[in-house]
Design a binder for this molecule. Sequence first.
Ligand SMILES: N[C@@H](CCC(=O)N[C@@H](CS)C(=O)NCC(=O)O)C(=O)O
Length: 223
Amino acid sequence: MVMKLLGHYLSPYTRRVAVSLNVIGLPFELVELSVIQEPERVRPHNPVLRLPTVVLDDGTSLIESWAILDEIDRIAGPEKALVPTLGIERRRIMQTMALAVASMEKSTAVSYEMRFRPPEKIHQPWIDHNNGQCLGGLQQLDAIANAAEPSGWLAGAERISQADISTAVFVSFMREARPDLGLDTRFATLCRFTDRCEQLPVFRLAPQPPSAPGKPGVWMPRR
Ligand SMILES: N[C@@H](CCC(=O)N[C@@H](CS)C(=O)NCC(=O)O)C(=O)O
C-alpha cells in the first residue's frame, strides 16, 4: 500500500508535498478532498480539518505540510532530502522557504478576509497591511531568483531543493488566485523562475488546475 495524500492541487500546500514526492521518487495516491465541503472525511485523519494530510501505509496520519515535508525528507535519507540536514546551505534553503511560506500566508490572509467575511466587515487597512507584507517577501524572493538566473537553483543550491519547490508552487498559486497583486509585472524574474520549474516533469505530474472563469468560490474572493 502506498501513502495517501489527502488534498487537491488547488491547494498549494498539498501541491508542494506532491511535487516533493515526485522529485524524491516516492509513490503516493492522491485522495481528492475538500475540507470545506467534506470535513467529515478529513476529521478522522486531521482534527484541525486542514489539508494536506498524509496517511502512511501503517495508518499513521501526518498533518501540516512543513511537518509532512520533514518526514518525507527523513524517509528519503540525507542523499535525496530536499532540505540538507547539515551545513550553511541548510540555513539558506530554510530561509528562502521561510520567505515563500510567509508570503503565501499573507496572501491567503487577504483571500480569506475577502472570501469569508460579509462585505461590511471587510477591513481595507488589514488587507493593505497583509498585501504589503506579502509583496515584501516576494521582492526578496525576486532578488534570490535573480541570483539563480538563467538555469540555477535558489539559495545557491546545486540541485533542486525545497526552496525551489515551495517558491514556485506558491508563486504559481498567487499569480492565479491574486491577479490584483500584479506579480508578472512587479517580479518578472521570480515569475520566469517559476515558469522554468513548472516545465519540469515533476511539476507537470501534479499540475495546478486552471482557474475556473465565472466561479469566484474556487479561486477568487467573492467580492
Ligand atoms: N500551515 C498549513 C496550511 C494548510 C492550509 O491552509 N490548507 C488549506 C487548503 S490550501 C486548508 O486546509 N484550509 C482550510 C482551513 O484552514 O480552514 C500547512 O502548511 O499545511
